[in-house]
Ligand binder design. Structure first.
Ligand SMILES: *[C@@H]1O[C@H](CO)[C@@H](O)[C@H](O)[C@H]1NC(C)=O
Ligand SMILES: *[C@@H]1O[C@H](CO)[C@@H](O)[C@H](O)[C@H]1NC(C)=O
Ligand SMILES: *[C@@H]1O[C@H](CO)[C@@H](O)[C@H](O)[C@H]1NC(C)=O
Ligand SMILES: *[C@@H]1O[C@H](CO)[C@@H](O)[C@H](O)[C@H]1NC(C)=O
Length: 312
């Protein structure tokens, strides 16, 4: 519709209002509240960094609408009074129409501006919806998975000795400890403040954005402490074998009290083994700790083997 058409329509609407018909008037702002923790982003796309976040039930004003990542059934995002963008999906149900009741933020607001840097996983690594141990696991990524990182945070779970995590273009976070090399932080934006997020509220059924597409998990993710864990050898020495069986070749020997980092578990005929960061297998009974016990909730190695996940 050209400008003339639009002004004719406005005239009609004004006429409608005068004779008492329903008419939409563009408001300066609409007061709303977050239905669950929601990120307020520097641009209206899932991978944009966070400027701030709103917690469940927090009220704020939105001033205009724009288009961004499709979340569930639509791609409408709203600009908050703070100047950042939230998806309408995360807000309390609005009985009016965002797009008729607010002004459009303008074409430029739809742009996606992110930083990226390539990286490759050295170890099997969980990719989480937020960078804490309680956050839901969105994908189990095997070693040598190529990733595109978009931002960094140093406010994540400390893995062995390292709190840095990176958000990938697949919209989940990996620990720096799982990467071959520490990324150059100067190439990447800081992710901003990250709220606790849950897959239950932040999954994206039928999301059309490639960035939000993920392969289904090979098994449902269980909550728990799942990451590289640090254990110590409780025997005179612990053979680390090429495969998780007593008759497999010994590739390495760890000594008494040596600190060993474990990636995941294998159960073989009732005996538990762990794959170490040297990519060989030690019998769990050789450690002081019990890596298969509930406290650690270490993942099974086979969960990472799904080749679909390597496209992350
Ligand atoms: C929304 O804007 C109005 C008008 O400026 C203001 O009175 C109100 O306090 C704002 N609401 C919030 C939650 O900031
Ligand atoms: C997703 O797609 C399925 C099948 O087309 C449909 O039944 C479902 O309502 C869609 N979900 C949303 C949130 O649009
Ligand atoms: C690994 O665990 C041992 C024993 O719990 C501890 O002494 C050591 O400091 C840990 N190392 C790191 C790097 O966290
Ligand atoms: C599994 O363990 C049982 C009992 O220890 C043993 O008889 C059997 O041979 C084992 N099977 C394999 C494949 O190692």
């Amino acid at each position: 519709m050209g400008p003339r058409g639009r002004s004719a329509l406005r005239g009609l609407l004004a006429l409608g209002c005068m004779v008492g018909l329903v008419c939409a008037e563009v408001k300066d702002f609409i007061s709303t509240a977050a239905d669950f923790n929601t990120e307020c982003k520097t641009c209206p796309h899932s991978v944009c960094t966070n400027q701030l976040y709103y917690s469940y039930d927090e009220t704020f004003n939105v001033t205009c609408w724009t288009r961004g990542t499709r979340i569930m059934e639509d791609n409408i995002w709203l600009k908050s009074q703070a100047g950042c963008y939230v998806t309408q999906w995360d807000l309390y149900e609005y009985t009016g129409s965002w797009t008729s009741d607010l002004a459009y933020c303008g074409k430029a607001s739809e742009d996606e501006s992110i930083t990226t840097e390539d990286a490759t996983l050295q170890y099997k690594t969980e990719c989480r919806i937020c960078p804490d141990i309680d956050c839901d696991i969105m994908a189990y990524l095997p070693e040598d998975t190529d990733l595109s990182l978009t931002c960094w945070t140093d406010k994540g779970q400390i893995i062995i000795d390292d709190p840095y995590h990176f958000k990938t273009t697949n919209n989940c976070y990996v620990a720096e400890k799982g990467l071959y090399e520490k990324p150059d932080l100067t190439n990447l934006d800081n992710c901003g403040p990250i709220p606790f997020l849950e897959e239950l509220w932040h999954w994206n059924e039928n999301g059309t954005s490639d960035i939000d597409k993920r392969s289904p998990l090979p098994v449902p993710a269980e909550q728990g402490v799942q990451y590289l864990i640090n254990v110590t050898v409780g025997e005179d020495y612990a053979p680390c074998r090429k495969c998780p069986q007593d008759n497999c070749k010994t590739e390495k020997k760890y000594v008494f009290d040596q600190e060993v980092w474990l990636q995941c578990l294998v159960e073989n005929n009732g005996t538990w083994w762990s794959e170490t960061t040297d990519f060989c297998y030690v019998k769990n009974s050789d450690f002081w700790q019990c890596p298969e016990c509930d406290y650690y909730k270490n993942p099974l190695c086979e969960w990472f083997a799904n080749p679909d996940d390597t496209e992350n």
